[in-house]
Design a protein around this ligand. Structure first.
Ligand code: TXA
Ligand code: MG
Length: 343
């Protein structure tokens, strides 16, 4: 495991980046920081290298990967018929937490795109990621660097915990920053459609693109949270997570009941209410009045509950404005859509 501090553009000063870039060129997989979460990178043009990502993560290979680039010049080899709205979005948000789905030209392995005619691309806003991609001089396919189903990694330690022994190297750049993944936007349709809420908000996209739609599948998630049966979890801690809609005293009643059943109980809350709950493990993931802090610490909090071996987790609900929609999307997935409501 290498250590590289976060304040770096300069490959000469940081030979670790050069070493990591060489491993990428040799078809190995590397963990590296981005501004959203840690990525698990491989040469996007090399099918065998890309296959190693799926093996290391334990990820089904029908889920396509994001291609990371460090210059728009790289884009010309990968995509075609880029619409003007996509160019405006790049101008406004790259480098940054925005992934654009565009028509694929070739130039990356079929394994990256899972056989689709489109490709997802982004330019990460992180000095190490940019230096690594430039030094490797390759488009880098990278999903989040967690074992499939686990919360995404926001610290190098999380990558190490999940993938130790399964990857060729890990560049440690400290905490990632945004904390939730990039926003994925389909630019092959008009108006553009948000496929995954993330670091760039719908409101920010609308300022540039005008009309922005949201994938109906996402809206169903929010509107029908109580529907049982939607059983699949993702970004999930080991202990079952339930989102609680209601007052602090309602939350405390749920905690007390679980404790009476002999369970070790975790509560996910914010600084404002941290002192209000009496549970085995009470974790604050940030400030409710600044949801970007909640996004930044959410995954680490979910992983900490596992480390502390709680049996059940109750989480507060968050407003779905701005970055809050990404936070609630991840909490919904982590909970397998398990809600309890006071009313
Ligand atoms: O912030 C991020 O995006 C992080 C960092 C490492 O860059 N990466 C990330 O990758 O979250 P991953 O593989 O965990 O998520 C990629 C998402 C998936 O939801 C995938 O289905 C979608 O992007 N995706 C990839 N290619 C696509 C395509 N051609 N069309 C539609 N969705 C696509
Ligand atoms: Mg992921």
């Amino acid at each position: 495991q290498w250590y590289v501090d976060n304040d770096v553009y300069n490959v000469e000063k940081y030979p670790q980046i050069q070493e990591a870039a060489q491993l990428l060129q040799q078809g190995e997989v590397i963990g590296f920081p981005t501004e959203t979460v840690y990525g698990l990178g491989a040469d996007a043009t090399n099918t065998e290298a890309v296959e190693k990502i799926f093996i290391a993560k334990g990820r089904p290979s029908d889920n396509p990967l994001i291609v990371h680039i460090a210059s728009t010049e790289q884009l010309t080899h990968i995509t075609k018929n880029v619409p003007s709205v996509a160019k405006e979005l790049m101008e406004a948000f790259w480098p940054g937490p925005l992934t654009l789905v565009l028509e694929k030209k070739g130039g990356v392995s079929e394994k990256v795109t899972a056989g689709l005619s489109t490709v997802a691309v982004r330019m990460p806003d992180h000095p190490i990621a940019l230096a690594l991609i430039k030094e490797a001089n390759l488009p880098i396919a990278a999903p989040s660097a967690n074992r499939s189903g686990k919360p995404s990694p926001t610290l190098a330690k999380h990558v190490h915990d999940d993938l130790k022994g399964r990857i060729a190297g890990l560049v440690d750049g400290g905490a990632t920053g945004v904390g939730v993944e990039s926003t994925v936007v389909d630019c092959t349709v008009e108006p553009i459609v948000i496929l995954r809420p993330g670091g760039v908000t719908k409101e920010q996209l609308e300022e540039v693109a005008g009309e922005v739609e949201v994938d109906p599948a996402l809206l169903n998630e929010v509107e029908a949270p109580r529907s049982p049966g939607m059983k699949y979890t993702h970004y999930a801690p080991d202990a079952p997570l339930t989102i609680v809609q209601g007052s602090e005293s309602f939350m405390q009643q749920l905690v007390d009941r679980a404790k009476r059943e002999g369970k070790k109980v975790g509560v996910l809350t914010t600084e404002e209410k941290c002192a209000s709950y009496n549970a085995d493990v009470v974790l604050s993931c940030g400030k409710r009045d600044d949801l970007s802090t909640v996004a930044a610490h959410l995954y680490d909090a979910l992983r900490t509950f596992d480390e502390r071996n709680v049996d059940v987790i109750y989480s507060e609900e968050f407003p779905t404005e701005g970055i809050g929609s990404a936070v609630m999307n991840r909490l919904l997935k982590a909970s397998g859509h398990r809600f309890i409501s006071e009313n």
